[in-house]
Ligand binder design. Structure first.
Ligand code: TRP
Length: 333
């Protein structure tokens, strides 16, 4: 029986952090046995908002590949590939732009939100505004039916399906399948400062390659409840980053619920909960850091994995492009 196909990826803008791990990385680890999984190192998409820093984008490709391998993505089971080296994705992107309107792109909630947070205003790069069409190309070129992503990406999958329906409609047959977003139960992790988004550039992330000292410092600086001044004061659990992270990573749910009750009631200090979180994060990241260092020491091997994965992906995406060209009845020489 053929396995259902997964395509997901990460913008190549820096190493991955524990927010990625709590979100879609954990899902991908689980799914790589039951699904045919493709992981896209999205360097072309990264340029849509990082055109001023191509060096960062180039370096991030291998950094993220190292993160994948370090957490246990197995290249025998999952295909890791590089977006910019798959020409069919660029070609399908150009084609799909004709099946979407500017108004629809501007209305996409993800894009609207990102334009605001990046402060683009009216000076949004055209490539950025149009990246939903490129992401539709990514997803459909692999004929993926499942897309594990954070909740913020759901509108992109929705827009992909609109393009799919238009193309299938014009072709008069179902060339491309619709896809479904797979959203992790844990919402997006906030930064250690309590800000909505954890990001390397924001300086509020704990990366998967963080050294023990950096992990300690991050936990020490972590935002809790500013009104919880003395141990005996009642404290707030909601919006308290330490508890949000414990929710994501603490496997001992019963003890965690007890601690929350104690904290709310008063009598539990920030030091105690921070120590618990630090132990959990150190234990989570230590083996990842070790495996990452091992792979980083053999860069040629990592590049080989990317070369092979990209070759496999190239065949797949070229085949889909041909089907689309034929299905639409476009000129062929
Ligand atoms: N937009 C995704 C991110 O911000 C990366 C990405 C690119 C992606 N192409 C994709 C995700 C296709 C899912 C499917 O990380």
């Amino acid at each position: 029986m053929t396995k259902p196909i997964i395509l997901t990826g990460d913008r190549a803008t820096g190493p991955l952090h524990i927010g990625h791990y709590a979100g879609s990385l954990r899902n991908r680890l689980k799914l790589q046995d039951s699904h045919e999984q493709f992981l896209l190192l999205a360097d072309s998409q990264a340029l849509t908002d990082n055109a001023h820093d191509p060096g960062k984008v180039r370096r991030s490709v291998v950094e993220i590949a190292l993160d994948y391998l370090a957490v246990g993505i197995d290249p025998q089971k999952s295909t890791i590939c590089v977006q910019s080296h798959l020409p069919a994705l660029a070609e399908l992107s150009m084609l799909y732009l004709n099946y979407v309107t500017m108004a629809r792109l501007e209305r996409n909630p993800t894009i609207k939100d990102e334009i605001r947070t990046r402060g683009f205003g009216h000076d949004v790069p055209a490539g950025f505004l149009c990246y939903p069409a490129a992401q539709a190309a990514d997803i459909t070129a692999f004929k993926a039916t499942l897309v594990p992503v954070g909740a913020d990406q759901a509108p992109l999958v929705e827009q992909t399906n609109e393009i799919v329906r238009r193309i299938n409609d014009v072709a008069g047959k179902a060339i491309l399948p619709e896809a479904q977003a797979l959203i992790p139960p844990v919402g997006r992790l906030p930064g250690i400062d309590g800000k909505a988004k954890m990001s390397k550039s924001g300086g509020n992330a704990i990366t998967l390659s963080a050294e023990p000292d950096a992990i300690s410092a991050a936990v020490r600086a972590m935002y809790t409840d500013p009104n919880h001044l003395r141990v005996e004061d009642p404290g707030k659990v909601e919006g308290n980053v330490v508890f949000t992270y414990l929710d994501a990573f603490d496997k001992d749910r019963a003890t965690l619920e007890d601690l929350k009750a104690q904290y709310r009631h008063g009598g539990l200090g920030d030091m105690k909960i921070k120590r618990r979180l630090e132990d959990i994060l150190q234990a989570l990241i230590a083996p990842i850091r070790a495996r990452r260092a091992e792979f980083a020491g053999d860069r040629a091997h990592v590049l080989d994995i990317l070369r092979q994965g990209t070759a496999t992906a190239r065949e797949r995406t070229e085949a889909t492009k041909r089907e689309v060209v034929e299905g639409l009845g476009l000129f062929q020489l």
